[in-house]
Ligand binder design. Structure first.
Ligand code: IVH
Length: 674
């Protein structure tokens, strides 16, 4: 079958358009169309390619799903070796680096191009006539592995270049890495499917890129930032490194948005401090920053040592990971009875903080990682999260290392331990009879986002329980200042403060109160949803599972827990005493009436005669509606004023409701008066 010229042209047009949107989305992070619009371009291209298979080329955006698996990676020799970087750890190292450079060059001020040091793996990509023809790993620096088929699946890497002016043949070099969010999701998925999880994003990136089946790579959330070049015709080089990266970006090759241009060692150091501050907020992992003499003629003059350029240096951040020894494994009992193994560690510095215990998450996880008392382990602390054990260094395991088994009885109250239906978690069945659970539930009740009882901390709760002054949360409101003042580390003043904090906490909201009760699976968000929906505790108490499940975002499991909670006579009794003590709240507003357009999205096109777009937007939003910029299948209404634009046609094509100005005004009026 011959392909009509019209179809050929359309296919080419679609590919160009999709490539452009890939660039806007993956490289610049500035999409100009909605996901739905993108999907419809892609769908059209797929349709045409299915109909005319002879039009399919390996470069088509539809082919990013991966080529057939191969037996092994072919070796690739690097014409320009892929060198490493020297490392610096202190400010002094950076001053020394600059001094050496100045001595060699005999110049005064030096500009540096600064970049994040990405934690992934180095890859070189060859472009010929603007087409991606080969990609290879670094290997030993001289010979790497051909990973072309896999690199082609990385969405941010252009298969064809944008713009113009690229040399006939050149190499872009950079780091393939896995963004943290993608890494988290990948591990979550692997855990759910009983597959191997990765210790960190770097391992995940390496494991994903070195997959013999490119279809597997295609499903992994890999990304790429270019930081340099290999082969490149000398006469075509711009004068500086940062201009080179600008040029790469204009051709569609991604570079780190966090790069910068600074003056002298001091400029480098302030870049370092800035990036260190932002480290936890970046979407990818960095283990430091890299400084590069910006001028290519100076780079050339400085040259290389055997392993690294003299014109660049990596300034490392304090490590997120450290190794230490597991001295003990304790079992902690949480608020809902979950038993968690916690590794007690020989204290070690990680990222500037001393760490002496790390979560093992649950017994299954502990077993999977095979963590034993006496083991040497890698621990990791990122941001504010609780440090965790990443990996055991099995080679260092002593003969007397001891594995622990999940307990059959609660280590605190000796109640029977039961497995959750899901399988992974085990729980103490003691409920509030278990001192550990009772203590944790009181702590939760008093916490800032629950009843917010200022000054009621863990140590104080311990004492109150030990002395028998309280047996449950309701007893808190019977405490008097004299009793409190007699406790350790409490004087009359702090006792009085606590009494006042308790008094103040009595005035609360229904949502906070529900959250504070610690009903299983009812976190803050669910508590708010329940409060908005029922607006009264009595109505919620009376609700059955079916009624609860009618509420969007309340599933059968949550519904079961809620009903079970309010069926427990003990719970009802505690609630009764709390209310008797004076806990109260205002009835929540009836939000279902106040926000009748909740969840509805609107798009405007054309000019309205009775109000400005901003006014219209404000009105809609005050009724709960949302206004967006582009039409998709998810749009509920397109409001068309005078001279509507392409959004009108799009809405018609997608079958979205279109309102003219009069109908729109009617809608506003109907919903405001109710
Ligand atoms: S430049 C000849 N820039 O770090 C100069 N490397 O420790 C070669 N890396 O193999 C490297 N981010 O994999 C450079 N912005 C960056 C980098 C970077 C990460 C990696 C790269 C290299 C290793 C050297």
């Amino acid at each position: 079958m011959t392909v009509p010229g019209k179809v050929k042209r359309r296919v080419e047009e679609l590919r160009r358009e999709i490539e452009y949107h890939n660039y806007r989305y993956y490289v610049l992070d500035q999409p100009v169309i909605s996901d739905a619009e993108y999907d419809s371009l892609m769908a059209e291209l797929q349709r045409l390619e299915q109909r005319y298979p002879e039009l399919v080329t390996p470069e088509s955006p539809t082919q990013r799903i991966g080529a057939p698996p191969s037996e092994a990676f072919a070796p690739v020799r690097h014409d320009v070796p892929m060198l490493s970087l020297d490392n610096a750890f202190t400010e002094q190292d950076i001053h020394d680096f600059e001094r050496r450079i100045k001595e060699r060059l005999g110049v005064g001020t030096i500009d540096y191009s600064t970049e994040p040091k990405l934690d992934g793996l180095a890859v070189t990509i060859v472009y010929e006539e603007g087409h991606l023809v080969r990609a290879a790993t670094r290997g030993d620096g001289y010979t790497g592995e051909d990973v072309t088929a896999n690199v082609r699946t990385i969405r941010s890497i252009p298969l064809r270049l944008q713009g113009s002016g690229w040399p006939d043949r050149f190499e872009a070099r950079g780091e393939v890495f896995m963004p943290i969010e993608g890494f988290r999701q990948l591990n979550e998925w692997a855990e759910r499917h009983g597959e191997k999880t990765f210790a960190n994003p770097r391992n995940a990136a390496a494991g994903s890129l070195r997959q013999l089946d490119p279809k597997v790579t295609a499903r992994r959330p890999l990304d790429f930032f270019c930081y340099g070049f290999g082969i490149f015709p000398e006469e075509r080089l711009p004068p500086t490194h940062h201009e080179m990266l600008d040029q790469f970006l204009s051709w569609g090759i991604p570079v780190a948005p966090e790069r910068s241009l600074v003056q002298g060692a001091d400029g480098c150091l302030s870049y370092y401090r800035d990036m260190l501050n932002r480290r936890e907020d970046l979407p990818y992992e960095t283990d430091g920053v890299v400084y590069k003499v910006d001028r290519f003629d100076w780079q050339h003059q400085l040259g290389y040592t055997a392993r690294a350029p003299r014109w660049a240096i990596a300034h490392k951040f304090p490590a997120h990971e450290a190794t230490t020894v597991v001295e003990d494994i304790e079992v902690q009992v949480g608020r809902t009875g979950i038993l968690t193994p916690v590794a007690k560690l020989r204290p070690v510095q990680v990222g500037g903080v001393t760490v002496s215990s790390a979560s093992l998450h649950n017994f299954e996880e502990m077993k999977r990682k095979d963590v034993r008392i006496g083991d040497t382990v890698v621990i990791r602390r990122a941001g504010d999260v609780i440090p965790e054990v990443v990996q055991v260094i099995v080679e260092k395991r002593p003969d007397d290392a001891r594995a622990i088994e999940p307990p059959k009885r609660c280590p605190v109250c000796a109640s029977e331990v039961v497995a959750d239906p899901g399988g992974t978690l085990i729980r103490c069945s003691g409920g509030l009879f278990c001192p550990a659970q009772l203590k944790a539930s009181i702590k939760h009740f008093a916490s800032r986002r629950a009843m917010d009882i200022d000054g009621l901390g863990e140590k104080l709760i311990d004492q109150l329980l030990e002395k028998g002054l309280i047996k449950d949360i309701a007893d808190l409101y019977n405490l008097d200042a004299d009793q409190l003042a007699s406790l350790e580390r409490m004087g009359p003043k702090s006792a009085q403060n606590l009494i006042e904090a308790l008094e103040k906490s009595k005035h609360t909201t229904l949502a906070r109160f529900l959250y504070a009760l610690g009903i299983r699976e009812v976190g803050e968000v669910t508590a708010q949803i329940l409060a908005d929906h029922f607006r009264s505790l009595d109505k919620l108490k009376a609700a059955g599972e079916e009624e609860l499940e009618q509420i969007p975002s309340i599933g059968p499991i949550v519904a079961k827990h809620i009903v079970a909670f309010f069926r427990q006579p003990h719970n009802l009794e505690v609630i009764r005493r709390l209310l008797e003590a004076g806990i109260h709240w205002e009835t929540p507003e009836d939000t279902s009436k106040a926000r009748p357009l909740e969840g509805k999205t609107f798009v405007f096109t054309g000019t309205l005669s009775s109000m400005s777009r901003d006014e219209a937007k404000e009105k809609l939003e005050s009724l709960g509606g949302k206004v967006t910029g582009s039409v998709s299948r998810k749009t509920d209404f397109v409001v068309a004023g005078k001279d509507p634009g392409s959004k009108f046609d799009k809405a018609r094509k997608l079958g979205v409701n279109i309102l003219d100005e009069e109908q729109f005004l009617d809608l506003l009026q109907q919903n405001s008066s109710s």
